[in-house]
Write a new protein. Structure first.
Length: 187
């Protein structure tokens, strides 16, 4: 199974990843590492997001069944109900890894960063580096917009201190992503 690189499909790359996309990314990415059961996908979501985001179990179950029905995942064999990734599943996984993420300062943006980094090693070196550079640009934009904004007077001094701490966290994450982009040729 070959990697298809960066795919551009009209409209696909224009929208941010959604919660549903994160579930698909967890399912397809987990299956790319080896055959999985539904519980493995649940564990992957909980582990990757460090409990920061946990979708309702019914959504994960429904999405996994949808991935199987649509030919993205298939049972290993009639005797083995574990699910493995198909070629179509790999193509969709690579598309998902290239989708724009929500703003990195938001909870869903942080979740998206975690999911992307969990599976980004499955992409070719050049594409992985381009995705990391896209992420660094999103961080720079987020930091710049937060630096320009005046503190909200409703936040009070403790809220303003926390916001400054959060801005420092974003800067630290940006530095790490920049380092990852530099060394992305080696997974």
């Amino acid at each position: 199974m070959g990697f298809i690189g960066r795919i551009v499909t009209a409209g696909w790359n224009a929208r941010e990843m959604s919660a549903r996309d994160f579930i698909w990314l967890a399912g397809l990415g987990s299956a790319a590492r080896g055959p999985v059961e539904l519980d493995d996908i649940f564990r992957a979501i909980a582990s990757i997001t460090a409990g920061q985001w946990l979708p309702v179990g019914e959504l994960v179950t429904t999405a996994t069944a949808e991935m199987e029905r649509s030919g993205h995942l298939r049972m290993v064999s009639p005797q083995n109900s574990r699910l493995c990734l198909t070629e179509r599943g790999m193509q969709t996984l690579l598309l998902l890894l290239d989708q724009p993420l929500p703003r990195p300062g938001t909870v869903l943006g942080q979740v998206g960063v975690r999911f992307r980094l969990a599976f980004l090693d499955l992409m070719e070196d050049e594409v992985r580096r381009a995705c990391l550079l896209d992420m660094t640009e999103a961080y720079r934009t987020e930091i710049q917009s937060r630096v320009i904004e005046a503190p909200c007077p409703a936040c009070g001094p403790l809220g303003i201190a926390w916001d400054a701490h959060d801005l420092d966290r974003l800067r630290t994450e940006l530095a790490l992503l920049e380092q990852m982009a530099v060394t992305s040729a080696t997974p």
